[in-house]
Design a protein around this ligand. Sequence first.
Ligand code: 5AD
Length: 452
Amino acid sequence: MPSVYIKTYGCQMNERDSEAVSAQLVAKGYTLAASESAADVILLNTCSVRDAAEQKAIGKMRTLAAEMRRHRPEVVLGFMGCMAQSRGRELIDKLPDVDLVIGTQKFHRAADHLDEIFAGKRDKVVDVAEEQGSEATIREHVLNGIGASKPVTAFVSIMQGCNQRCTFCIVPDTRGAERSRTIADVVAECRELVARGVREITLLGQIVTSYGRREIPVRDGKSGFVQLLEAVHEIEGLERIRFTSPHPKGYGDDLVEAYARLPKLVESAHLPVQSGSDAMLKAMHRGYTREKYLGIIGKLRGVRPQMGVTTDIIVGFPGETEADFEDTLSLAREVEFDNAYIFKYSPRRETPAAEMPGQLPRAVKEERNARLLAVINEIGARRYENYVGRQAEILVEGPSKRNPARLMGRTRSNKIVVIDGSERHRGQLMDVKVTRAGSFTLYGDPAIINVE
Ligand code: 5AD
């Protein structure tokens, strides 16, 4: 059977989608190739959130197409995911070597489409239609991928789509309207993962806090999302629960209280703020003010003082003045984020912000990006430095990426800690003493605390 290589761009949802497609292909008899050069099928799972992400995937496909045409013309090339969804057939018109375009509601059809291409029944396939129930098709996991031993952590996709319509964002078009899986279905998937050795689960969705809003009635003041957290929390053998990404509007008191009640829910929140200026938040259609956001952070730290907080911020949104930008700088200092992903505003097709007056020159975006990055790095360094000399619980995940001779784990607040250890520590919760802080990484010594 043919072998497949999937290269993933973009967010964790994309990582998860690629994994599910890999598992579905394996179940149909395909194998997973260790590299592009060994593959009979190369799929690029794409991101559309910024133009740069699209250009990267298009550039990659251009290089692949030229190479394959010369050396291995039989190799099947495909795009899948967000850019595939929003551009569809246009991608084949632009890059005639592409054989397959699979949208975000059709991932589970990848194997069938490849079968038909290999059987010679179809030449080109573009499948970007909507499909009812597609949110429940991202459920298979690759539990022994190439070279990987049993994973300790796993992503579980709980919903698809987004209804928020932030004025800058293309995602409602690429991912469609919000659709949630059932609690029973998500819990069953989590149980299977735990039975296979997974200790930490990250629940995924574009806005996870909107989970079940239409499908699951509020019960005892608890949203569908909080009901899901409670159900997953019941799973014996599961040690930690994370989720990403939430929306500030989803932090009702029910969710804040869940942190007080559910010990497996770790003290970590990736809470995208986008801007510290009320005028920008309004123009972005975010649905909260700076004050409201600060209030949520205060409440979370009230129940869990160690809460690690990270965020996404856009600089250079249309009409952003120097004063608006300074509001973002001051918000970053006030919250003291552990880290932040900074994005230079990128106009996206058919989004309201792309048509707004006051589009800013690239130089202004670059300059604000650099100034904000300096502040984020300075605060981050201080917050990481604060851990030095302290004890922290980590879940050991496996070899450190940068130095495979050492192990890495994460604190509950989602900080990577590199330690000396051996394979038998994988999957263990361990108390370590943090001895040193590097750039957004901690180094720890388990021996000082854990008597062997
Ligand atoms: N330009 C720049 N950044 C964007 N993001 C989403 N859309 C855009 C855009 N048009 C950022 C937001 C979001 C993150 C995933 O990507 O900060 O939270």
